[in-house]
Write a new protein. Structure first.
Length: 428
């Protein structure tokens, strides 16, 4: 039977980061990825916040295939026939080191995997890890393509639905409200068209979030990110709402409706749809984390539930990269002692607790409860649009005082709920 020091299951950002760190420390590592190539199955929005991970692999970032650095944020509330946008731009976002970048998983992970291979790791594609070799609950390797490969340690970086963490007995039962479904389309446009339509200079990009009637009252939001020569447009929808709801509407239908909105049509007009994807995201934050270590095993990235929806931002990519690197650090320490027991590998959790990953997930631990509020996705965006309509429209009748219009709207609709929800929001 073949034996290696470490096996990484999954060539997403978590797995590649772990493998790169291990190979850089000259630790024998094998990466097994079920996709045709690293990046083939990695779906993200995606905007990556750069500053938290900048110091991890400084030698890599200058040549990374970033799409555009974000210089403008737009938050748009939509009702059936109107929309209200808040735009935020910051000159500082145009200074290096850039605050955040858009990326395409298919390009970025492919490049990252090349760097991993150049460091000396072996990356095998088109193979799904079917099982773990277990001996009295201790992980001793993997079963892949009918063969067994032994290892001192396995890093499960196999994404949100991690079967590897489950097989190792590290994950408990999860509920539909712990997940969301993302559907995304990539629409090709020339860089000049993108820059003209979005008022951007070369390399600059925007991130836009949409909330309101586009999700038909379900927990969720729309997103639009500009890449170098394409736009990423998609929706994230709570799975519990999708399955409970009696609207009988499919996520791809909602995405089609989203594309037909007057705010979107002129932005994607003439573009060619070049990629369509759907993927599950973890929505439960720190509460949804499995046990992160066991005898001969560690869990990183989405497999460990390290994703966070803060309403205004979705984060997971920096958590994946950082947790992969910390898992590798724990393996390096374990190898020094030649001890891969759960006790030795628990160092991973200590390292995580000192890092931004744990701290941010813990700070925003109430976010899933606060966001599980249908008013945020229906009534409030509607209220904002109605109020603007009343303020901006001059009709045949004499116009009322602005204060009268605002207080009437607030009183007649949701004043009490708004107060209660603002108080809940304070917990975030
Ligand atoms: C629609 C959407 C929008 C998002 N937007 C953002 C965003 O804007 N910003 C942000 O930071 N995060 C965002 N996220 C979250 C972010 O993409 C993830 O948190 C991050 O990419 C997770 O990386 P990962 O390596 O842990 O998992 P993944 O990228 O899922 O990688 C897991 C890998 O394991 C492989 N695999 C699985 N099982 C096996 C097996 N048995 N054998 C071999 N290989 C296996 C898969 O093929 C895959 O390549 C978004 C996610 C979605 C779905």
């Amino acid at each position: 039977m073949t034996k290696v020091t470490s096996i990484v299951v999954g060539a997403g950002l978590a797995g590649l980061s772990a493998a790169y760190s291990l190979a850089r420390d000259s630790i024998d590592v094998l990466v097994v990825e079920r996709g045709d190539y690293p990046g083939a199955k990695n779906i993200t929005g995606g905007r990556m916040y750069f500053l938290p991970i900048r110091s991890l692999f400084p030698e890599l970032w200058d040549e990374a295939p970033w799409e555009r650095h974000i210089v403008r944020e737009v938050l748009t509330g939509v009702s059936k026939c109107s929309s209200l946008s808040i735009e935020f731009s910051n000159q500082k976002y145009n200074n290096k080191p850039y605050h955040s970048f858009t990326i395409l998983g298919s390009r970025f992970n492919k490049w990252f995997a090349q760097k991993v291979a150049e460091k000396g790791a072996r990356v095998i594609n088109k193979y799904k890890v079917d099982d773990l070799i277990l001996d009295n609950g201790k992980v001793k390797g993997i079963v892949v393509g009918g063969a067994q490969i032994e290892a001192d340690v396995v890093i499960a970086a196999d994404g949100t639905m991690s079967q590897i963490a489950e097989k190792a007995g590290l994950r408990g039962k999860r509920e539909p409200q712990d997940f969301a479904l993302g559907v995304k389309e990539v629409i090709a446009l020339s860089p000049q068209t993108i820059e003209g339509r979005f008022r951007l200079k070369a390399d600059e990009g925007i991130a836009q979030l949409f909330v309101g009637s586009l999700t038909k009252g379900m927990l969720g939001a729309g997103f639009l990110y500009t890449n170098r020569d394409c736009i990423s447009l998609g929706l994230v929808l709570g799975i519990k709402d999708l399955t409970d709801c009696h609207l009988n509407v499919m996520p791809y239908e909602l995405l089609e409706e989203f594309k037909l909105r007057p705010e979107i049509v002129p932005l994607i007009n003439g573009g060619e749809s070049v990629e369509y994807s759907a993927h599950v995201l973890s929505e439960s934050g720190i509460k949804g984390m499995p046990k992160l270590f066991g005898d001969g095993i560690l869990v990183a990235g989405d497999a460990a539930g390290m994703a966070m929806n803060m309403g205004l931002t979705v984060r997971g990519m920096e958590f994946a990269i950082a947790s992969g690197a910390l898992a590798a650090e724990a393996v390096r320490m374990a190898k020094k002692q030649n001890d891969f027991s759960a006790g030795a590998l628990s160092k991973y959790q200590d390292l995580l607790k000192e890092s931004f990953v744990w701290k941010d997930l813990n700070t925003f631990r109430h976010a899933p409860d606060v966001l599980a509020n249908p008013r945020l996705f229906g009534e409030y965006p509607q209220l904002a649009c109605t109020m603007m309509e009343k303020l901006m429209t001059v009709g045949e009748e004499p116009k009322k005082k602005l204060s009268t219009t605002i207080s009437k709207e607030l009183r007649s609709r949701l004043a009490l709920s708004l107060l209660r929800d603002s108080f809940r929001f304070w917990r975030m």
